[in-house]
Design a protein around this ligand. Structure first.
Ligand SMILES: Cc1cc2nc3c(=O)[nH]c(=O)nc-3n(C[C@H](O)[C@H](O)[C@H](O)COP(=O)(O)OP(=O)(O)OC[C@H]3O[C@@H](n4cnc5c(N)ncnc54)[C@H](O)[C@@H]3O)c2cc1C
Length: 473
């Protein structure tokens, strides 16, 4: 019997395996072996994710791969006639990294396989037979066999479409937002070296970052159900500089297209019995904020911390894990949705919000930094998100006002309508911030729960990072 069974060997599963083996727990990590070279997935890791991987002793994976460093995002707006760029920097001294996803994930799984206390199996979790306070019983299929495995704790790290989440009977709220097309181009076509790029001049955002060896990934957001050739519609790439647009169009002819859906998912609960969700299985957002992997490593560290604090009492630890990660997750999902709406919705109020965003970022360097801190998951408080949104609304309202004072601008009633819509769009964020504050206050007042000792793990102090099995060669 293992202490922990982890389903999924992606960024979340590997980080969790490192985190829990550091506590002295025996970990079986089962990965179905999905071919990542055919998928679109995370290739930009924010500084907090880099920091987490180093803290978990996985820094060599970053240092060993050819990974370009990023210092922040360049956001470029263009409507054909006017071009504006703002740079959203990470905090000083911080940097993120970019890489080719399949190479990164492969190295991560290899490093985990060499860890003391971790066993890696090429197998898929196909059923959960038992899940109660004493532990779980799970069916693993792979390597030519089907076997029953018992563990004290089951961690579902099997991605956004998580089968394990379904087997546990946990429902989720799911919204399919759009389709992403991914291509590669020569990295020299990206204008701001050392930055992630967000081009917002077209009908939907286009993302771009260098992923190593002079290659850049370009991700084009398309309406649901689109075929790759949709990129040829003249307006789709209108936010890109001309040379990049030409490079994307020739890549479309030369390369097999990779596509993915852009989804928001939010499970109704994050733990049940002796099972817990991490990474995308625990919720995902539109990749606009490039935050999925940083939140995956964060989940691993939060789970490690709560198991340590509760001396391995799974029944005590899991509810605390859920409460502790909730505000950050809420902020992340609402930020991604708010930005996606601002960059795709052509209503008068969202156009004003977009102007407000650019004015805020270009006039306030603190504002640009604060927005990047939110985007990258460094700042996770809901009230901070509400405050930043309110500031952007202020800048948007000022732009409407100055338009009203200009001769030949839009009619007064149109401007008033846009202003009212703009202010109303802040309401969900204010409400969410208030709810977050109330929840936090409630948690501070809550007395510790008496819980049974079944499912208790024998947890040691977190060990120092970077312990691999000695190489057999
Ligand atoms: C187009 C796109 C672009 C993105 N860009 C970024 C970005 O730039 N930065 C960023 O941080 N994030 C980005 N993301 C999100 C990022 O890819 C995910 O957040 C991240 O991969 C989640 O890691 P995970 O380990 O939770 O899941 P996954 O990476 O999906 O890994 C799940 C693993 O589980 C295994 N598995 C599946 N089913 C089973 C089973 N039944 N039993 C056992 N194993 C199983 C699979 O083989 C796989 O290895 C992007 C996503 C998309 C779609």
């Amino acid at each position: 019997m293992f202490d922990v069974l982890i389903a999924g060997g992606g960024p979340a599963g590997c980080a969790t395996a490192a985190a829990l083996s550091d506590l002295g727990l025996s970990v079986l990590l089962a990965d179905a072996g999905v071919d990542r070279s055919k998928q679109l997935a995370g290739e930009l890791l924010h500084p907090s994710g880099v920091e987490d991987l180093r803290a978990l002793g996985l820094g060599a994976v970053i240092d060993g791969t050819h990974v370009p460093r990023v210092r922040g995002f360049a956001v470029m707006d263009s409507d054909g006639a006017t071009h504006r760029t703002v740079v959203l920097p990470y905090a000083q001294e911080e940097h993120g990294v970019t890489f080719e996803h399949a190479a990164f994930a492969g190295s991560l799984l290899e490093a985990i396989g060499a860890r003391v206390g971790v066993t890696v199996a090429r197998a898929r979790v196909t059923d959960v037979r038992r899940n109660d306070a004493a532990g779980v019983e799970v069916v693993l299929t792979g390597e030519g066999t089907t076997r029953l495995v018992q563990a004290r704790l089951l961690v579902a790290a099997d991605g956004r479409g998580s089968l394990v989440r379904k087997l546990l009977g946990i429902r989720d709220h799911h919204e399919r937002m759009s389709t992403m097309l991914g291509l590669t181009v020569d990295a020299r076509h990206l204008p701001h070296e050392g930055h992630g790029h967000l081009f917002i001049g077209g009908p939907a955002p286009v993302l771009g970052y260098a992923i190593g060896h002079g290659v850049a990934r370009i991700l084009v957001d398309l309406p649901l159900g689109s075929r790759p050739q949709r990129v040829r519609d003249p307006e789709t790439l209108q936010g890109l500089p001309e040379n990049l647009r030409a490079a994307v169009l020739s890549a479309l002819e030369a390369q097999p297209s990779r596509m993915a859906s852009n989804d928001t998912r939010l499970p109704e609960t994050i733990s049940l019995g002796s099972a817990v969700l991490v990474g995308d299985a625990a919720g995902c957002a539109h990749p606009l904020s490039a935050s999925g992997m940083a939140f995956s490593t964060r989940d691993a560290r939060v789970l490690q911390a709560v198991l340590r604090e509760t001396d391995g009492n799974v029944q005590k630890a899991l509810p605390i894990y859920g409460r502790r990660r909730r505000p950050a997750q809420r902020t992340r999902l609402s930020l991604a949705s708010a930005l996606y709406r601002a960059f795709t919705d052509r209503s008068a109020e969202m156009q004003a919000l977009r102007v407000g965003l650019f004015d805020y970022w270009s006039r306030s360097s603190d504002g640009a930094r604060a927005s990047m801190a939110l985007l990258s998951g460094r700042e996770t408080r809901t009230w901070s998100m509400a405050r930043e949104y309110a500031r952007v609304v202020g800048y948007g309202a000022a732009s409407l006002l100055s338009e009203g004072l200009r001769p030949g601008g839009r009619k007064l009633e149109e401007l008033v309508g846009a202003g009212a819509g703009l202010v109303a769009s802040a309401w969900p964020h204010v409400r969410s911030a208030v709810r977050g504050q109330v929840e936090a206050a409630g948690q501070r007042l809550k007395l510790p729960l008496e819980t049974p000792s079944a499912g208790e793990l024998s947890v040691g102090e977190a060990r120092a990072p970077e312990r691999s099995r000695p190489s057999s060669s």
